[in-house]
Write a protein that binds this ligand. Structure first.
Ligand code: AR6
Length: 231
């Protein structure tokens, strides 16, 4: 059976995705089989301690801008638990702004197991990276590097040695990577967001004027990277 999703129910279970608007009908079942799809975590809002409200506004703004340009491609914001604050905020704001629910979804699950555990086919996934583009460090970065195997580390090194905040780098995943084999992921896009955590490099010391600009640039760079793969 092809993976589908139901929009009407806002109470998602783990491994389920949904459009962000209520439309009260089962008529708009969305097949996730063929459309190029980017799954992305909320950049900077966990280890980097960026404000959720501000981040949610930026995600919705950038998603609105790019869904208009993306043809049949889709964007999926992912987080680990249905208690995720950022997912609820983004869902509410996206619904207010009438973002196209065929092109933007939220999904509860592990970004490294979207196909095997969630039945969601995402050919591209984004990573909330560190500036050295190194494995480990916890969060989604550690999960993606672990799941992708040493193939991702070497493929990343061929593309870039480091990232500055607000930038992204597209890395084609070798076909031997477990993430390619089991999940069908062909590209990982590393993104470096703004950092508000004093324990991490390049801390912005609560300068949200700079921070918001960098987070906007980070999402623009991520979505442009995805668009360059889709084209
Ligand atoms: N699947 C889906 N979402 C996840 C997963 C996962 N496996 N793991 C975490 N998240 P974070 P940041 C969500 O801290 O704030 C790293 O150590 C998480 O709930 O990974 O940008 C890097 O090396 C949150 O919503 O990234 C950097 O140094 C989102 O992913 C630093 O942390 C991002 O959380 C980057 O910090």
């Amino acid at each position: 059976a092809s993976p589908t999703l139901d929009s009407p129910n806002l109470e998602s279970k783990e491994g389920e995705s949904q459009g962000v608007a209520l439309n009260g009908s089962h008529a708009s079942r969305v097949s996730l089989d063929d459309a190029p799809t980017l799954a992305f975590p909320s950049i900077s809002t966990s280890d980097f301690q960026f404000n959720y409200e501000k981040a949610a506004d930026i995600i919705v703004e950038k998603v609105a801008e790019f869904t208009a340009k993306l043809g049949n491609a889709r964007l999926v914001l992912v987080d680990l638990t249905h208690k995720s604050k950022i997912l609820s905020l983004v869902k509410a704001k996206a619904s207010e702004k009438h973002i196209d629910t065929q092109k933007f979804l939220t999904h509860v699950g592990d970004i490294t197991k979207l196909h095997s555990s969630g039945g969601l086919n995402c050919n591209v996934i984004a990573n909330a990276a560190n500036w050295r583009l190194k494995p480990g460090g916890g969060g989604v970065n550690a999960a993606i590097f672990n799941a992708a195997g040493p193939e991702l580390e070497s493929a990343t090194k061929e593309r870039a040695k480091s990232l500055s905040p607000g930038n992204a780098v597209v890395v084609p995943l070798p076909a031997s990577s477990p993430l390619f084999v089991t999940e069908g992921v062909t590209h990982v896009i590393h993104v470096l967001g703004p950092n508000m955590n004093p324990q991490r490099p390049n801390c912005l010391n609560n300068d949200y004027e700079k921070g918001c600009k960098i987070l906007q640039d980070a999402y623009a760079s991520l979505f442009e990277g995805f668009a360059s793969i889709v084209r």
